[in-house]
Design a protein around this ligand. Structure first.
Ligand SMILES: [Fe+2]
Length: 231
């Protein structure tokens, strides 16, 4: 057996071993989590972290720059918990987790604020599209993205097949991408499938896109490259 063939078998075997792990991890760290946590609009000095719970709860977000002291912020009671944290430092790694009733509720995840790109610096940007179905191929793509640990994930649309319903997102998007977007900021855009349900109502409820256009249909942001998302 050639080395190349042996290697490809090892990679394939590893993928099959990891695939269920990825799904299990992303399904929720604790009972009662509908989906999340996930990162949105991570800039040089701010980030949004969202988590959704099955029942109304009061959650506390704990976050800190690596090597510094923990800070906490407690949100209002509800099911969708949206925390916008600011006064962060550029290009730094932060850790975060949630607690509920003084008990740890999620595992610790990390993310990095936007760094200043200097000459010869690299930025790892993923553009993925039509990720819609919870199948083996979708898992393989997601595993590759997870291994890259991208600075930014952009999605070209058709995020949750077949029709972008809330259930489609919960059953076919978050189980695959949940653990990835807990650590890499995700920038979606609306595909025709996503638009089918309530003109992308579920998409707009789930994702906190940049607000510079005054609508959630399209936007642009600097990453520091200028990126446009157009429906
Ligand atoms: Fe499509």
């Amino acid at each position: 057996m050639s080395i190349k063939r042996t290697l490809s078998i090892i990679v394939l075997a590893a993928s099959f071993l990891l695939a269920p792990l990825l799904t299990v991890q992303a399904t929720g760290y604790n009972s009662g989590i509908t989906y999340g946590p996930y990162l949105q609009r991570v800039t040089k000095k701010a980030a949004t972290i969202i988590i959704v719970t099955d029942e109304s709860a009061e959650l506390t977000l704990h976050y800190k720059r690596v090597g510094k002291k923990w800070k906490t912020v407690t949100g209002d009671a509800g099911t969708m918990h949206n925390f916008r944290i600011s006064n962060l430092k550029r290009g730094q790694t932060y850790e975060y987790y949630f607690s509920k009733d003084d008990a740890r509720y999620t595992r610790t995840n990390t993310f990095r604020t936007q760094k200043k790109i200097r000459k010869n610096d690299s930025l790892r940007l993923v553009a993925v599209g039509d990720s819609g179905l919870l199948n083996e191929e979708a898992l393989q793509v997601a595993l590759q993205i997870k291994a890259w640990r991208p600075d930014i994930i952009t999605h070209t649309g058709d995020i949750a097949y077949y029709s972008g319903t809330q259930a489609n997102y919960e059953e076919r998007f978050f189980p695959v991408y949940g653990s990835i977007i807990a650590e890499s900021p995700f920038y979606g855009s609306i595909g025709n499938h996503d638009y089918t349900t309530d003109e992308a109502g579920p998409y707009k409820d789930i994702f906190e896109t940049p607000t510079n256009s005054g609508t959630k249909d399209y936007y642009s942001f600097k990453s520091p490259f200028h990126i446009w998302r157009v429906f």
